[in-house]
Design a protein around this ligand. Sequence first.
Ligand code: PRX
Length: 704
Amino acid sequence: MSDTNNQGSQSQHIHYHDPNAKFDPPERLIKNAHIKSFTQYQQMYEQSINDPELFWSQIAEQFHWESQSSGQFLDYNFDVRKGPIFIKWMEGARTNISFNMLDRNVEKGLGDKVAFYWEGNDPGDHGKITYQELLEKVCMFSNVLKGLGIKKGNRVAIYMPMIVELVICMLACARIGAVHSIVFAGFSAESLSDRILDANCCAIATADGVWRGSKLLNLKSIVDKALEICKEKGKPVATCIVVRHMSVLSEEASSDSNNVGEAPDESPVGKRPCKKLKINWQPGRDHWWSDLMKTADKNCDPEWVDAEDPLFMLYTSGSTGKPKGVLHTVAGYMLYAAATTKYVFDLQPDDIYWCTADIGWITGHTYVCYGPLGNGVSGIIFEGTPFYPDAGRFWAVIEKYKVTKFYTAPTAIRSLMKFEDNFVTKYNRSSLRILGTVGEPINPEAWLWYHRVVGNSECAIVDTFWQTETGGHVITPLPAATKTKPGSATFPFFGIVPAILSDEGKEITGPGEGYLVFKQPWPGIMRTVFGNHERFEITYFKKFPGYYTTGDGAKRDEEGYLWITGRIDDMVNVSGHLLSTAEVESALQEHDAVSEAASVSHPHHIKGECIYCFVTLKEASHLGELFNDELVKELTAAVRQKIGPFAQPDFIQNAPALPKTRSGKIMRRILRKIAVNDRDIGDTSTLADETVIDTLFKLRPKDA
Ligand code: PRX
């Protein structure tokens, strides 16, 4: 790694087309920063990789351990040739993450500090909860869960909007040693049921509904459908807990006297909109959150669990189409979430920290919930969208709470920069110090707009590369230490040893491009795919034995900066959400008219990437052979229904045949070229029938 400190370039006005243009860390951050220079970063980095035990045990000292381990601090095997893959940090030590997030902070005198501000979908709908109050609610809900028979190791599904009860539910699971499995409340009933079944969840927590922008979502009805599917498949879920977020019960609801009528608003924060929403009720299975909380005891001793006990699972798309339950364990995840949040956002006691991600994704797990709480800062839980009531909402919220550290996705930045700068500049953003991005590569134009317009050229930008699997940031700048280049995630975080490999698996040591892999474990790395360890080994460790393979490509420039080039497998990153092409194809194939489908990634100016589908119709389809707008609508709806609205393809084209090799393998490389209308398709000698290509070019949709 090169020391960039001597290559000064006062860069605020540098033209962004120069990929070596560098932005200095803002002077005003340096004095109080945890890491004040690149040299300090390098020293700590060297220590973190040469003596991980020393490095991470110092970080572990900030936390409470009910008992220490007498065994090895770190034990692992990263090489499939030597036996099964395993990773264990601090095994044998006992702790509880909810205790560390809550009780420990209260003991340190932070009881009256705001843990979360809650900002609802409607401006003016807001509230807050202190660390002491959060602890009390978490204890109460832990007792509720125990009262319902939920025990250590049981899986609890959570399908909730961005409300404080979501965090309460996560931490209550953690407090009693149950494993939470959060499903983003934008997934369809079918996707939800797949995840509940795979994890064998015994309970689910949800809310009646939620406004997302100006759209009303009836979450309970989606959960009802999902639970119906689980029942049909012989695995009924015994318990469904419903937060009254907005509804008054309809007449169609059950007449069970305990569950009818106005439940008192037990909401821990703010007022809630009370909008009519019809929901159904299944007595015995369904319980109002507020009813259960009424009698719950306010004290609950934490369950002391092993460092390597599971904390949560979170599904991520897999290239075979079946989502993988990524499993994270307690201690390693806690250390890594807390350390990355502290250093990457240079957390200070008076920070107001806001990560806009939904908790349904890993970014929300680590950087809305566990990371900020682990550092005792005040965070924001935002239920709304960037465009409601207008495109100034983010900046209005920043002004309202005097946000100091802000973290969002490139797709949001790209969609907001289309509006006049005035949407941003009319709000006071002088509190801002650090601006983060995550989820996909950020293009330099978006980076520069974020820096100049949002940050008034005075903030550090941290482009953080990581994955559901990594638990936290793995390649990222440190705001007061790293000179940044727009579009580069820069250098590895502590404990991360990246390498770039060629197709043959050779390490490319200098400048070059290839597969991004990691050579040794860090505390936050996933431990397994729930219920399928073999899939874990095959997906991440088989292609290049001895390395964790990210599935992303990267290049290293002359100065050692890392640039993520995007997925190199069959995954599409739509607005920062990973989807597998196989998942989309199987949704299309379920349609009666379809005989075969292939989908590929296509560049999109806002979403980064979008999905482009090729569909071959069945000759004998009852819908006839005609490929028309109606069919495209139906196919689009099929994907939305099967996976969720965010997976909707942008383009679906008629493909009388697909380009295949003689052995019948679809040549996606060629489909990607057709999707972008690039006739330079390279070698076609392995194609079974070359004429297919011309036809497909002719049939491209006009707007593609
Ligand atoms: O392709 C990379 C991209 O998002 C993938 C991980 O997606 P997921 O597990 O859903 O987690 C998203 C939030 C961490 C990666 O394999 N990705 C994430 N961050 C970046 C990125 N690509 C480029 N630059 C980033 N900063």
